[in-house]
Design a protein around this ligand. Structure first.
Ligand SMILES: Nc1ncnc2c1ncn2[C@@H]1O[C@H](COP(=O)(O)OP(=O)(O)OP(=O)(O)O)[C@@H](O)[C@H]1O
Ligand SMILES: [Mg+2]
Length: 473
């Protein structure tokens, strides 16, 4: 509002009234959320100037506070979103990908929209990149696996401490062509003092370390640590439940078998005996010769099945006796080799001389080798190869049977150790070989694992710790 005096003096821009009017306009703008305006301070140095300086300072403070509140809201929003993932049944890959995207969605934090999440694998000394955003394929290859201690991420994993850099320095071990100068936050994901992984974000060169940013990334890492830990516990539980289920099934088969096997074995022995006696008296061209031969063959098959079932019930306790693994393998492949010759398969032993003694039931371990070799032979084409290997490591010996045969698809992989699971035609397989082998290995406290790819082949591995030897020697 202009006073008459001001108007009379030609409506001077610098009249007190117009200066106060400018302050009022300014206040309205600031109240409306426009903090870009600044009040001009004249050289009069009077109370109105003091007021203007005070208002400018206040507006700057409000601007900073509003920015901080916005940042807090961004952070809270992202943390809530990541936290809510826990409630739903999401895979760990999905959770990591979603969390990374959420972090990178905060424009004031990750100015390059580039980052990755790594998880610890391989006996706790390697970070494996699980998800990334904005990485070229060459960076994805170079950083697919990062050793503890290597580059920023590896250092974060090794020390369990946040690694911050506002530019590439001597810690950035990874170099690649066309690499632009940049900074990083590498935040370790830690649970109960154990590093589970690392979050890596790219920063523009010269980006200042921000306490709020660091706290936020650490909060995300803490949530991820809890999620990963819970997932691991869930996985362990599922594995245990599976094992329990398998054991219960095995013991049920064992009980059933011991109950009925003898009852079945006796009549089978009679049928087999009489059919063989009659067979000896018949000429091959006799009309009953073929049917009787069939009776003999099927009776033998039934007796083998009964014998296998009985093994489940007999396998209550392993008597641990030291024996030479390589010798046991050599002995048993002499028997397996006859089956190889029939199918024209080459059996190749590759035995590590350093393996030495292991402890367990030699007969049972030989039975496992036989089952694995029989399966490998059945899965191979004529002229194929089957390898039987022993390997020596510091704390354990490894027994491997490998073929380049039909391989096992992902769905079938889950079932191969189940009793009575077979893909072989009727009369060719009982589906007990692997379940029996699994039971033998479990009773020994050893471990059996399988690697296989459809149409490429299969490798069964038995890990035999030397500690079982120490326990009895
Ligand atoms: N090396 C292998 N390659 C491909 N498939 C395999 C291999 N080993 C096992 N399998 C699959 O696993 C199934 C179960 O094997 P398992 O040894 O328990 O029973 P089987 O060989 O069918 O019968 P049995 O051993 O009782 O005579 C097989 O039928 C086959 O489908
Ligand atoms: Mg088999």
């Amino acid at each position: 509002m202009r006073s008459e005096a001001d108007s009379a003096s030609g409506g001077e821009e610098n009249s007190n009234e117009s200066r106060i009017n400018r302050i009022i306009e300014y206040i309205i703008k600031v109240a409306g959320g426009d903090y870009s305006v600044q009040l001009e301070v004249s050289d009069k140095n009077d109370e109105i100037d003091s007021l203007a300086v005070g208002f400018n300072m206040m507006a700057e403070d409000i601007k900073n506070n509003v920015e901080n509140i916005k940042k807090d809201m961004d952070i809270q929003g992202v943390l809530n979103n990541i936290l809510s993932l826990q409630i739903k049944d999401n895979s760990i890959e999905y959770i990591l990908e979603y969390s990374l995207k959420q972090i990178l969605s905060i424009a004031w934090l990750s100015l390059e929209s580039k980052g990755a999440v790594f998880l610890v694998e391989n006996e706790n000394d390697t970070l494996v990149m699980k998800v990334q955003n904005g990485f070229s394929s060459s960076i994805q290859d170079i950083c697919a696996e990062v050793k503890f201690g290597q580059c920023f991420c590896g250092r974060a994993a090794l020390t369990g401490e946040v690694q911050f850099a506002d530019c590439i320095d001597e810690r950035h071990d990874v170099k690649y062509e066309g690499m632009n100068n940049h900074g990083h936050y590498c935040i370790p994901i830690v649970s109960s003092g154990r590093v589970l992984g690392v979050i890596n974000t790219y920063l523009k060169i010269g980006h200042k370390l921000g306490e709020k940013e660091e706290q936020f990334l650490k909060a995300v890492a803490d949530i991820l640590a809890k999620i990963i830990e819970n997932k691991n516990i869930e996985k362990e539980k599922e594995k245990l439940q599976e094992k329990l289920f398998q054991s219960e099934k095995m013991s049920a088969i064992g009980k059933l078998a011991s109950g009925v096997a003898h009852e079945i074995n006796n009549p089978l022995t009679v049928i087999l005996g009489y059919s063989q006696i009659v067979l000896k008296r018949l000429k091959e061209d006799n009309e009953f010769y073929k049917p009787l031969k069939m009776i003999e063959k099927e009776t033998v098959r039934s007796k083998i099945l009964v014998e296998q079932l009985l093994q489940f019930s007999r396998m209550q306790k392993v008597v641990f006796i030291p024996f030479d693994l390589n010798k046991a393998v050599e002995e048993i492949i002499q028997i397996v080799i006859s089956k190889c010759k029939v199918s024209n398969i080459e059996l190749i032993p590759e035995l590590d001389a350093g393996v030495g003694l292991i402890s367990g039931s030699k007969n049972q371990i030989q039975q496992v080798i036989t089952n694995l070799c029989n399966n490998a032979i059945d899965a191979s084409n004529e002229g194929g190869k089957v390898w039987v290997r022993t390997k020596h490591f510091k704390d354990f010996a490894l027994l491997e049977v490998e073929d380049k045969g039909s391989g096992i698809s992902e769905e079938i992989k889950k079932q191969v150790f189940e009793p009575f699971f077979t893909t072989k035609e009727v009369g060719k397989g009982t589906g007990l070989g692997l379940s029996l082998s699994f039971e033998i290995i479990k009773k020994h406290g050893f471990e059996i694992t399988l690697e296989s790819e459809k149409n490429k082949g299969s490798k069964f591995m038995v890990k035999i710790p030397y500690s079982s030897l120490k326990n009895i020697c």
